[in-house]
Design a protein around this ligand. Structure first.
Ligand SMILES: Nc1ncnc2c1ncn2[C@@H]1O[C@H](COP(=O)(O)OP(=O)(O)OP(=O)(O)O)[C@@H](O)[C@H]1O
Ligand SMILES: [Mg+2]
Length: 240
């Protein structure tokens, strides 16, 4: 299956080529093939919804794309680098270009909202403009004024918005978002996805978004579906 970019000028985002990709967990009778023999091409700048029932392998595929899981077999080429074979340095470089929204947020409870957003750029010695950028992103996700709160003081939906701002702080060329609107109502979800897209478009970022929300899926350029670790043949490409 191949997914093209919508519109012209999408040059900066990551181009993805996946072939015969496999990732299993466990051993013996308990072995589970979370992703099996999966092949897919996503053009630079495309915005793709990834749908499918619980346990179909969406998060596993996203973690492989983000470079935080390694494939057992196959090829996973992002901008010419095969993450299945990449060395440590190349993998770290890749991760630096990825904005990842985890399914379960993974905010750091002891840090303020503002510092949580800045976490990905801490190893880069937090240039001052990143603090301003973090404030701007928090404003964009509707959290202006809550910069000093800790995650425990926020609702689930507000925590999810912090996680989205954090994913965007490093100006990613690949945005990998795992049910980024799962704790939001459908209308707010579409709005927040619109924000992700707007920020992504500034760099023509490629976006892959796992979602159970039909409205969110339909607001993407394409919808692909997984079942039992594979893409289903009915994963139709939607017109933009
Ligand atoms: N670290 C792991 N160890 C063992 N099994 C795992 C691990 N991660 C995923 N799995 C298994 O792989 C399969 C796919 O899981 P995955 O989390 O990718 O599904 P999903 O489509 O994201 O589901 P959901 O919609 O519930 O988030 C499941 O059967 C799951 O139990
Ligand atoms: Mg999942």
């Amino acid at each position: 299956m191949a997914v093209d970019a919508e519109g012209a000028g999408a040059t900066a985002g990551a181009a993805i080529r996946i072939s015969g990709l496999g990732r299993s967990f466990g051993a013996g009778d308990a072995r589970i093939a979370a992703v099996r023999d999966l092949s897919l091409e996503i053009a630079s700048g495309a915005v793709v919804a990834l749908c499918g029932p619980s346990g179909s392998g969406k998060s596993t595929l996203l973690h492989l794309l983000a470079g935080i899981e390694r494939p057992d077999c196959g090829q996973l080429v992002v901008d010419g680098v095969d993450l299945a074979r990449a060395g440590r340095r190349a993998l770290l470089d890749h991760r630096r270009r990825v904005g990842l929204v985890f399914q379960r947020f993974h905010l750091l409870p002891a840090l303020s909202v503002l510092d949580n957003v800045l976490v990905p750029v801490v190893p880069l010695r937090v240039p001052f403009d990143k603090v301003a950028r973090a404030r701007q992103l928090l404003d964009a996700v509707g959290l202006a004024g809550r910069e000093s709160a800790t995650p425990a003081q926020l609702s689930g939906g507000q925590q999810q918005r912090v996680a989205i701002a954090r994913a965007l702080i490093g100006d990613p060329t690949l945005i990998v978002a795992d049910e980024p609107t799962g704790s939001l109502d459908s209308a707010t979800g579409v709005e927040i996805l619109g924000l992700l897209r707007r920020v992504g478009r500034e760099r023509s970022a490629t976006m892959v978004v796992a979602t159970h929300d039909r409205d969110v899926a339909e607001s993407c350029d394409y919808v692909i579906s997984m079942r039992d670790g594979r893409l289903t043949s009915d994963g139709a490409a939607l017109p933009a």
